[in-house]
Design a binder for this molecule. Structure first.
Ligand SMILES: [Zn+2]
Length: 262
């Protein structure tokens, strides 16, 4: 595997010449930065291809593993990612998720034209529940009635938020690819199954200790019931999902009712 030099976290601000709108400048600088600095977090290939502007589905692709990526960025004076990030049309987003066509997502925050955080969220962590519908644009807006969406990044399990740059420091590339590969087993072909898996994984991640008991996960039963009001067998579902997580190598059964995170 080829290794690039360390990333230069500064944008090429020469490129802002000729643009007036702040959102356009931000898009040009962030996309240029990614095209010049980012490797493929899925397979480790050294370069990513850049689709021509305004392609509706994705911004970048990897020639080697055929992955597609979208980049969303925001300026953050506090250098934090926050709970959500704005994305495009609500309907398009939901259609892409329910038809399994959504690209992987890069989320970037920057301050003073310098990257402070960059993470990759694999597309199989996306479920309709993390997409928040924004109010329609006012009648006075150019695109009156248009409905956008926010991605609730904070509701994605931690395993699905893989840092590439954290607080201005680049993570080791091998580790990024390794962490990515580890999540591959969580891909599911059914969306309701994906939702349950993500929900139970999040509960497990919220338990502070590495070793935990079934009762500690059952403590989330009310919360899960509220999310899945039609399911009358929440505890059975929890046990089933823990079994999946064991089969997928995320947790281990140590003795009946006792588990360990791996
Ligand atoms: Zn690749």
């Amino acid at each position: 595997m080829l290794n690039r030099e360390n990333m230069d976290l500064h944008f090429n601000i020469e490129l802002e010449k000729g643009y007036k709108s702040a959102s356009q400048i931000s898009r040009v600088l962030t996309e240029d930065w990614l095209a010049h600095n980012m490797y493929c977090p899925v397979c480790g290939a050294t370069i990513l291809g850049h689709y021509e502007a305004n392609r509706p589905v994705a911004d970048f692709f990897c020639e080697r593993c055929k992955s597609d990526f979208e980049l969303k960025s925001k300026e953050s004076k506090t250098a934090t990612i926050g709970h959500k990030i704005a994305d495009g049309a609500y309907r398009t987003m939901i259609d892409r998720i329910t038809s399994f066509r959504n690209p992987h997502l890069f989320v970037m925050t920057y301050t003073n034209w310098t990257v402070n955080n960059l993470l990759i969220i694999p597309n199989y962590f996306f479920v309709p529940e993390i997409i928040e519908k924004r109010p329609p644009l006012k009648d006075t807006a150019r695109r009156a009635g248009w409905v956008g969406c926010n991605i609730e990044i904070g509701n994605i399990p931690e395993s699905g938020r893989i840092f590439i740059v954290r607080n201005g420091v680049e993570e080791d590339k091998e580790r990024v690819v390794e962490r990515y590969q580890r999540t591959l087993s969580l891909q599911t072909s059914r969306l309701d199954g994906r939702g349950w898996l993500m929900d139970v994984l999040k509960c497990v991640e919220r338990i502070p200790d590495n070793a935990f008991t079934l009762n500690q996960v059952y403590a989330f039963a009310d919360e899960l019931q509220a999310k899945h009001p039609d399911n009358n067998f929440i505890r059975d579902k929890i046990r089933q999902q823990l079994q999946y997580l064991r089969d997928k190598g995320f947790i281990e059964f140590t003795k009946p009712g006792h588990y360990k995170k791996l």
